[in-house]
Design a protein around this ligand. Structure first.
Ligand code: URA
Length: 215
């Protein structure tokens, strides 16, 4: 599939000011004491990206959930399990990808003993682009996969609509190839079985494009 040209008014995360380091390990260590916004106050820890510095494909989600906050690794909870299954069906080996989030701390509302996911604000996403930009700069991946609207916003600002570009690979002015797709938690929220199966098949189809970048 030929990449479409993205008309981006807001620069992608990696042309904005960002953390600078030669190694991911240095960025990760620096991010552990991040206080760029208030989210660190209630979260257990910073959940930095996971994967090899040599990975050619980067997957970007929204923010760590309850399980990720405790484990300190992205996409290890229910949405991560579903992502793993869909990647597998699409013929993609997750261990060859670098997996991260637009926001590195868990944002939640306490409800009794439970911690309920809360959507990060635009300001929190922008502050955290400091780390995403740093990860992009170190990895220089051949393909970035935006999983859902928050990742897409962090990477492209408001210039690209998820529904319009869903399934497309955009080529940004900085040469970055960007696959636009949904967040796997969207599938977890669909109650009708038929609808869920259809959306899941579409998601797997989107993910198949990744295989061309792993050869
Ligand atoms: N959802 C995300 O966007 N990221 C995670 O790491 C887990 C759930």
């Amino acid at each position: 599939m030929a990449p479409a040209q993205a008309a981006s008014r807001v620069p992608p995360a990696f042309v904005q000011p960002h953390a600078e380091a030669r190694r991911l390990s240095a960025l990760r260590q620096e991010s552990e004491s991040c206080e760029r916004c208030d989210l660190y106050k209630n979260a257990t820890q910073t959940v930095f990206g996971d994967g090899a510095q040599a990975a050619r494909v980067m997957l970007v989600g929204e923010q760590p959930g309850d399980r990720e906050d405790i484990a300190g690794r992205p996409f290890v909870g229910p949405a991560g399990k579903l992502l793993d299954e869909c990647l597998h069906e699409a013929g993609v080996d997750r261990s060859l990808c670098y997996v991260t989030n637009a926001v590195k701390h868990f944002k939640f509302e306490p409800r009794g003993k439970r911690r309920i996911h809360a959507k990060p604000s635009a300001g929190e996403v922008q502050r955290c682009a400091w780390w995403l930009g740093g990860e992009l700069d170190v990895l220089r991946p051949d393909l970035v996969v935006a999983l859902g609207a928050t990742a897409l916003y962090s990477l492209m600002g408001r210039s690209v609509g998820l529904n319009k570009e869903r399934g497309h690979i955009l080529k940004t002015s900085s040469g970055l190839h960007l696959l636009v797709t949904i967040h796997p938690s969207f599938l977890l929220r669909i109650h009708d079985h038929q609808d869920r199966d259809a959306e899941r098949a579409r998601f797997v189809d989107d993910l198949r494009s990744i295989t061309h970048y792993l050869k």
